[in-house]
Design a binder for this molecule. Sequence first.
Ligand SMILES: C[S@@+](CC[C@H](N)C(=O)[O-])C[C@H]1O[C@@H](n2cnc3c(N)ncnc32)[C@H](O)[C@@H]1O
Length: 259
Amino acid sequence: MPEAAADRYQASWSPRRYLEQYYSSETTGDDVANARFVVAQLRKLSAPPREALEVGCGPTLHHAFSLAPFVERITLADYLPSNLEEARRWVDQDPRAFDWDLCMTGTLAAELDIDQSVASTLLPERQRLLRARVRDYTAVDMLRDPPLSEPRTFDLVASYYCLEALGLDRDGWRDCMRRLAELVAPGGALLLGAMRDATIYRVFEHEYPVTRVNERDFAALLPELGFEDSSIRVEVAAVPEFADEGFDSVCCVFAVKPA
Ligand SMILES: C[S@@+](CC[C@H](N)C(=O)[O-])C[C@H]1O[C@@H](n2cnc3c(N)ncnc32)[C@H](O)[C@@H]1O
C-alpha cells in the first residue's frame, strides 16, 4: 500500500546507516557497472542534456558524480529531507559530511577505465565539477501525481534503487514508472538502476520490501511509456557482495523519448 511504503521510510530510515551499509567499502559491482553504463549511454546522445534530475538520490552523490560532465545543472530529489540534508553537507563541504572519496575514486576509475591511483589524482577536479553542477534540492514523492511540487520535465532523469524499493505491488510500480517517465522531456533520456529479482533489501536490522522486477519488465514497459524501442538498453550486473542484503544482481537501464 502506498501509505505504508511512505511510512516505512519515515519511521526507520537513517541516511548515515544506509551510507555505512552500502558506501563505506571498496567500490561494488553495481557502482562499477553503473559508472560504465552511464558513460557508454550518455556519450551516444546527439544533443547533450542540460537539466538533469536524480529521483530518490537518498544521501548519495556518486550517481550525480557520473552525470556531472554531461549536464549543466543537476537537481537532487528525495522523499526524505534528512537524505537531501546529508547530500547537501558534502556539496557544501561541511566537515560533518560523509567521506565519498573512496567510492568516487572507484567510480571514476570505472568510468574512464583507469587505475585507482590515476583516478585519485583526477578526483579533486571532478568533485569541484560535481559541486558546481548540483544546483538544486527538492522534495519528491513518487506515490503522488505529480511527484514534484509542480509539473516539470527534465532532459535527463536518473533514478537508482528507488521505485522498486517502495515495495509496491506491480500495478503500483508501473504507476511510479509512468510518473517517472512523465518527468522526461521530449527528446530526453532516462537512466535507471534497479535491484533485480529482489523481494527485500536490508539496511542493517531494517528490512524494506522490494517490488520484484527484472530486465524483461523494463524491456516490456519502456515502449509503452513512450520511449523509442531502438534506444532501450537493459544490462544486468552481478553484485554477489550484497546477497546478504537481499539482492545479488542489478539492472542498468537506459531509454530515450522521441523529440
Ligand atoms: C534504496 S534507497 C536508494 C538511494 C540511492 N538512490 C542509492 O542509489 O543508493 C531508496 C530511496 O527512495 C526514497 N524514497 C522513499 N519513499 C519515496 C517516495 N515516495 N518517493 C520517492 N522516493 C522515495 C528513500 O528516501 C531512499 O532515498
